[in-house]
Design a protein around this ligand. Sequence first.
Ligand SMILES: Nc1ncnc2c1ncn2[C@@H]1O[C@H](COP(=O)(O)OP(=O)(O)OP(=O)(O)O)[C@@H](O)[C@H]1O
Length: 696
Amino acid sequence: MSKFWKPGSERPRATLVDDEEGGVLFFSTPSSEYGRSTLERQKQRLPVYKYRDAILYLVENNPTTIIVGETGSGKTTQIPQYLKEAGWAEGDRVIACTQPRRLSVQSVAARVAEEMGVKLGDEVGYTIRFEDQTNPGTTKIKFLTDGVLLREMMDDPLLTNYSVIMVDEAHERSISTDMLLGLLKKIQRRRPELRLIISSATIEAKSMSNFFQIRKKNRRQEVKDDPGSLKPPAILSVEGKGFPVEIYYLEEPASDYLQSAVSTVLSINDEEPAGDILVFLTGQDDIEAAVQLLADGARDIRGHSSGLLVLPLYSGLPRADQDLVFAPTPKGKRKVIISTNIAETSLTLEGVVYVVDCGFSKQRFYNPISDIESLVVAPISKASARQRTGRAGRVRPGKCFRLYTEEYFVKELPSEGIPEMQRSNLVSCVIQLKALGIDNILGFDWLASPPPEAMVRALEVLYSLGILDEDAKLTSPTGFQVAEIPLEPMIAKMILSADAFGCSEEIITVAAVLSVQSIWVNIRGTQKELDEVKLWFAAAEGDHVSFLNVYKGFLNSGKSSQWCYKNFINYHAMKKVVDVREQLSRLIKRLGIVLKSCERDTQTLRKAVLAGFFAHASCLEEYSQNGMYKTIRSSQEVYIHPSSVLFRVNPKWVIYHSLVSTDKHYMRNVIAIDPSWLTEAAPHFYQLRMPNPALF
Ligand SMILES: Nc1ncnc2c1ncn2[C@@H]1O[C@H](COP(=O)(O)OP(=O)(O)OP(=O)(O)O)[C@@H](O)[C@H]1O
């Protein structure tokens, strides 16, 4: 085993939050007694239980309450129940609790339904994009992603359904959380009876509190405590923790975190008592590699398996495979869950005793100058490390093995991550705010302002798509219609344009496929077979047309899982495609678009794709030996991704859906086009950049 050591004092502790203006409530709790097993008893021994009355009192008397409490102290699962018991869901009122991630929405809702002894989807429900498990007549506690709550604002700008909105895991600072906080602050001014709870284990309560006290009058003037300004939030620090978690650090830095994670898992298996292991790595590639290495390494010299049940967990994994991590561990086995940071917050994986934290995650970084969004493996923050540790110690004591030194943790890791708002493409964010009537986006009440360059870039894209007019207002009807479609604005524009091209039947299939992560099953060691299978479906025009072939094959097979298995196609992803397509077809009918087929006229189809994605055009470099393209917009070097059916085909002109950066910038989901279509579709955009495409 790599050499670990356990510092004498280090254990994550909730900090006492002090705030002169907001009024501190500080309670200390004696250590709890554990051992009784009914759900009711489990609930009562959670640290938050002792604060039940205090929480209800604060919520009753303050528009906003900030609650900071250790991971596992019961914030997410208990507070909504307390509120319901206290009458906040009486009549037709609903209590909302937002999460940044879909997986936690689903799992926390299931847990709360179980604790309340009700069927999920009735009194307790959840909504994530394209999946609604609520009943408008009976749902009283609703878990939802912060993105879904933002969408709900489009139909009900004051969120009048909700009596209390709990924004959980606010420290994650997703774009949607940041937008939500600014908007909720605005709503509170119009709906003083609305109650907000902001909660997290690792939030900087002081700056959050300041945000809720300051009323932004205009861009230059901030007003504190002016008449009618907001009452300062109450801050509650929930003291006490679940079960102890011992933290171990490496004595020496690891040169390869993947190898180090694998050997740590094997050593835990050899040396530590029973208990499942949760390993944090950075992404699907790492995770699949670790799964393979563990499968190879977890055999003894006679080739017998060591009893490890190794399960991957990442957002692109089919739902059924994700569910496996929640299933009870079979007798005599030890589950090893290898996950991205989707398991970092709010999740309770019952059998987990050991956490292995590699200290990195994949983070998005957007460069508004080159317009390239890269997924970069970067060090996590201290807050993330604490969240990861907090996945142990929830139902029994645990251990956390950090694959870095204590000195590195203390000196190198930043206390908090950079808010997503400050490192992302803002196109979707701008359109959503515009749709909610926020015209002056730079002057919006941001928790942390987004970079002006990214904002300008987003405005430019939306203007070129005809979604914003010269006054940066949503155009009618296009802008408003695009805002209604819960997909990237470019996909939404593609769908709307398909109406004029008479190919909406095909385009919504393409849009549905693009909205799932991958329809292919990419298992290590089967790349050759997958490539061969792809050839059967491949269309010379590119990936989007190939998707239609796969979709047709799936329907012709009677939506057979066997057919998918044979063809390396992800059955669950295809079921999702069918479901999303159905929802899109209902949505566009509502927008007045009649479903029409172009009978696979691939030129028409590609022109409709281009109507949304004309800004993503690239041209193959004339003398390039290695398939190098340059983007038209910013002359960036890019290459066709190996997963594309056009990989190595290298047509002269292409349109791509998105760029991913690893060793190079790769274009994913690519179609071949004729350059004259660019000036035809977007003369305003291409006149200056490309005076005469016929010359190319
Ligand atoms: N699915 C589950 N199975 C078993 N116990 C659970 C489950 N979900 C929650 N619990 C128990 O309830 C406790 C509180 O969980 P909860 O998610 O409410 O805590 P939290 O304070 O919101 O933590 P975090 O900040 O990590 O999200 C857990 O520590 C665990 O003991």
